[in-house]
Design a protein around this ligand. Structure first.
Ligand code: HEM
Length: 182
């Protein structure tokens, strides 16, 4: 994944637990990289290893770390560095989700070697929809839960995400029911 992802994880750890904790997590993850460069590609293993070490250090599950990171990604990295991109996705939670399938096309203009997630939308109601999440990677569904929660906070909207179905195949396909209150 692009370095921006690992950099954002670093910022999350430093902001909440301090620089020393981050250095400790890097050592325990066997990562000898001093600084992550946002626009450089790194092996996905680095990101997954970091998530695993953070989970062990904090005594929580990897899914809890990924969910926390999803919120952080929207409310810190997204809001502070890509506010214009988030705004271009819509001015309320529902519109943003309806536009989500094309969101990473715009991200790819900045990060051309992206291996993006794919989203599809179905069962659209006034206050809920089904979000289909396709990924070439395994194990990031909890990240999507955190992203939904972060977007809810970003748009001041009460959001609930429930699991509907996991479909296996060539890629991961998860169906989530996302509900909100106006
Ligand atoms: C704020 C602007 C955003 C930027 C700049 C951005 C950028 C990225 C980058 C660089 C990656 C790593 C993929 C790679 O390097 O190959 C990624 C992955 C991902 N992004 Fe975004 N993203 C943004 C917003 C969002 C939003 C709003 C969502 C969904 C609500 C989302 C969902 C995901 C998911 C689920 C992945 C994991 C990739 C996978 O499943 O394989 N992102 N994004």
């Amino acid at each position: 994944m692009y370095g921006i992802v690992n950099k954002s994880i670093e910022e999350l750890v430093v902001a909440n637990y301090g620089q020393e904790k981050w250095e400790d997590i890097k050592v325990k993850s066997n990562i000898n990289i001093e600084y992550f460069i946002s626009s450089e590609s790194y092996d996905d293993d680095i990101t997954f290893t970091l998530a695993g070490t953070i989970a062990t250090e904090l005594g929580v599950t990897v899914d809890e770390v990924l969910s926390l990171f999803g919120e952080w990604w929207i409310l810190h990295t997204g809001k502070n560095h890509y506010g214009y991109l988030l705004e271009s996705g819509g001015d309320n939670f529902k519109t943003f989700l309806l536009n989500l399938p094309s969101f990473h096309n715009r991200v790819m203009m900045m990060y051309p070697k992206l291996t993006p997630p794919e989203f599809k939308i179905s069962e659209v109601e006034d206050n809920s929809l089904h979000l289909h999440y396709f990924s070439k990677r395994i194990g990031l569904t909890a990240f999507v839960y955190g992203l939904m929660s972060g977007l809810g906070k970003f748009f001041n909207t009460q959001v609930t995400t429930d699991h509907v179905e996991s479909l296996s195949g060539q890629s991961t396909h998860e169906i989530l029911k996302v509900s909100w209150e106006n």
